[in-house]
Each structure stands twice: as structure tokens, then as C-alpha cells.
Design a binder for this molecule. Structure first.
Ligand code: ADP
Ligand code: MG
Length: 363
């Protein structure tokens, strides 16, 4: 989606991706299929590009540092290295005065017994690196379950986070230009299923004051990181309306996909603008939007019947062109646009129900 936004603005794009069937690689003007740490591949990328960005946080920071010697790289290795590790991420947030869920670092099995983890149970054990879409996470209710889960996660360095009773989850995409200009997108209200984003409702059904607080917090985080590019901040809202930071992503975010169809500037165009030193675009939302993810589970009887989405003339379908549909894998999304958020939600859920019922009818 970044590639298409860059091409729309007249740029030619090279993609580096280890996946042979990379959808971004197919769309780009040039595709280097190689590991993110492959030195000759990085050299080629650095030689033929003027500016480099990422849509994926698990690029080795060292690779970004190397590229920064020959071209503009944003976000920079520092921001990415903080966001790609749950421990450095939480330490950065806490040090800078932001509130996160209570947590502890779990490094060694025999340390669990000596660590005071009782206050963090029930909790969620999360691998510190490379987890996404709820992967590398296990709910644990007791010390015994914690020890078992830690073994199941291959004794990788983890964080144990207290399970928080959530009122809602919110997120904000913020862009910061190289002159420090900040522009936030409207706040998304996100519903997850099994740790995977299911639905984003935008604007979030919160007061304008609360939305401003959420956006302001995202801006402060971008400033503390001296961030350049597009950053997403995920929030937990507790029952008493207390706001916690869940995590940050140094890239456009699934919960910001609604902006492609519902805002004057999409999060991907904003990423192009921030990277290329262009003025940031207006983030004004022109339609209420509900985005629904399409996971690989829907493909269990083959390609879903897209007429079920397209028969709603206000639904915009996006398919990513991934060749293999695995359960839980994000294959696409649709966004329903209306003037009223409740109507958008109702219509989006009606389409979702039809897609799911079709699976049940034809098992
Ligand atoms: P990922 O990197 O996979 O997005 P997250 O840490 O954001 O991982 O967790 C995914 C989802 O799991 C969250 O959006 C939330 O719904 C749920 N979750 C994660 N941590 C907690 C927690 N401490 N308390 C309650 N729910 C949580
Ligand atoms: Mg998350």
C-alpha cells in the first residue's frame, strides 16, 4: 500500500523482502528478494534509492544504520530498535513518564521462582521480540502456568504483563515530518479477537476531549523519540477511563487502514510525504468508517464470494494478493463508509455475518 501511494506521487520504488511471493515486491518497480541483513542486497538498495522506509518493525536496526550512511532512512534505527523489543519499548515509555500495564522481564526459568510475579497474575506472557497479531503470547493464570508457558515459548526473553480489564482499545497514527511538524489521524476504536485486530471503528466513540488527550499523548511519544515518519500508538482504556500505552509501531498500522478510503490523506501517502520531506497532507476524515479485517480462515472453502462485500455500494474491498491463506493471516480488509458511525458499524457487521455464514453453510 506504501508502494502504490509512492507511485501515485510519481516515485519509483524498490522493495527488499525475503518472501519470494511478496505482494509489495510484485507491485514495486524493482524487487530485491533477500534477507533483511543480506549485505550485498542492502548495498544495492542503498545505491539505487534516495530514501528508505519500512512497513515492518523487525528489520535489524543494524541494517537501517548501514543504509543511513548512504541515504535518508526514516524512521531511524533508534526508533525502530526501541519499538521492536517489548522491553526497550516499555522502558522508554516508563522513563518518559507514560503509563503502561504492570510488567516484569522474564529471562530465566529459575528466576521466576524468586521474582515476585504474584501481583502480575493472571497475566499475559509475551516474547520480547518478533511477536505480532497475538503470536508469541500466552495467557497465564498461575505460577505453574507461567513456567509451562515460558518453556513453550522456548525460554526466549519475555515480558509478563498483568491482564488488564479493558473498557476499550484505541489507537492513533501520527506523522512527524523532518521539520518536526506533527499531524495525527482520527482515533480508531479497535476490537480484537484472539489478539488479532478484527474491527476498527473510526472516529472512536469517545468524547472530543478524550480524543484530544489520546492524540496529544501520541504526539508526545513521537516527539520524545524525535521520530520521523508514521508511528502508531496503541492504547488500553481501563474501566475507570485511565489511559495506558499498550505498544507502539514504527510504521503505518492495520488500525489506520481506514484512512485509505476515509481521509483526505491516507497513512501510506503520509509516510511517503514524511520520508520525502514533502509537506504533510490533511488527515481530515470525510466519512465515518468501519474497517473489518479478512483473515485466512475465510478461505477454508476457497476464495470467498466477494459479491457479499461488493453488493454494499459503500464498502471498499482491499485484497493484498497474498498467495497462501493461513488461519489468522491478514489477507485483506474492507471498509464501510457512511455519514454516521452507527450505520457504518451496522452495515460492516452485516457483511461480516454474511461472509461467516457462507462458511458455515458450505463447510
Ligand atoms: P501484538 O504485538 O500481537 O499486537 P499486543 O501486545 O498488542 O500484541 O496484544 C494483542 C492484543 O491482546 C491487544 O490488542 C489486547 O486486545 C490483548 N492484550 C494484550 N495485552 C493485554 C493485557 N495486558 N491485558 C488485556 N489484554 C491484553
Ligand atoms: Mg498490538
Amino acid at each position: 500500500m506504501f508502494v502504490m501511494a509512492a507511485q501515485q506521487l510519481g516515485y519509483r520504488v524498490t522493495v527488499l523482502d525475503p518472501a519470494v511471493d511478496s505482494p509489495a515486491g510484485r507491485t514495486a518497480d524493482d524487487f530485491i528478494c533477500a534477507d533483511y541483513a543480506d549485505q550485498p542486497a542492502l548495498e544495492k538498495l542503498g545505491t539505487q534509492c534516495a530514501a528508505i522506509t519500512t512497513e515492518f518493525e523487525n528489520i535489524p536496526a543494524q541494517s537501517l544504520r548501514k543504509l543511513a550512511k548512504s541515504c535518508v532512512v526514516s524512521p531511524d534505527a533508534y526508533s525502530v530498535s526501541i519499538a521492536q523489543n517489548r522491553i526497550t519499548e516499555k522502558q522508554f515509555l516508563v522513563t518518559n513518564g507514560f503509563t503502561v500495564a504492570p510488567f516484569a522481564v522474564i529471562q530465566q526459568q529459575d528466576v521466576i521462582a524468586t521474582q515476585d510475579v504474584a501481583d502480575l497474575l493472571p497475566g499475559i506472557l509475551k516474547v520480547s521480540q518478533f511477536g505480532y497479531d497475538g503470536k508469541g503470547q500466552m495467557a497465564v493464570a498461575s505460577e505453574a502456568e507461567l513456567i509451562a508457558a515460558y518453556a513453550q515459548l522456548n525460554h526466549s526473553i519475555c515480558v509478563l504483563e498483568k491482564f488488564m480489564p479493558l473498557k476499550s482499545e484505541l489507537s492513533v497514527v501520527v506523522a512527524r515530518g523532518n521539520d518536526g511538524e506533527l499531524k495525527t489521524f482520527p482515533v480508531s476504536e479497535n476490537q480484537h479477537v484472539n489478539g488479532i485486530l478484527d474491527i476498527s471503528i473510526v472516529p472512536a466513540r469517545i468524547s472530543p476531549e478524550f480524543a484530544e488527550q489520546v492524540q496529544g499523548t501520541a504526539c508526545k511519544i513521537a516527539e520524545k523519540l524525535d521520530y520521523q515518519g508514521v508511528l502508531c500508538v496503541e492504547f488500553f482504556v481501563l474501566q475507570n477511563n485511565e489511559l495506558l500505552i499498550n505498544e507502539i509501531a514504527p510504521r503505518p498500522h492495520n488500525s489506520g487502514h481506514y484512512s485509505i478510503d476515509a481521509c483526505i490523506t491516507s497513512q501510506f501517502e503520509q509516510q511517503v510525504r514524511a520520508l520525502c520531506g514533502l509537506p504533510l497532507g490533511a488527515t481530515t476524515q470525510h466519512s465515518a468508517a468501519v474497517m473489518v479485517n479478512l483473515l485466512g480462515d475465510l478461505w477454508q472453502n476457497g476464495e470467498p464470494d466477494w459479491n457479499l462485500v461488493l453488493q454494499n455500494p459503500s464498502a471498499k474491498l482491499h485484497l493484498y494478493g497474498k498467495t497462501e491463506a493461513r488461519p489468522g493471516r491478514k489477507m485483506g480488509h474492507y471498509t464501510v463508509l457512511t455519514t454516521d458511525i452507527n450505520a457504518a458499524l451496522q452495515q460492516a457487521l452485516a457483511v461480516k455475518k454474511q461472509l461467516e455464514q457462507k462458511l458455515i453453510r458450505n463447510p
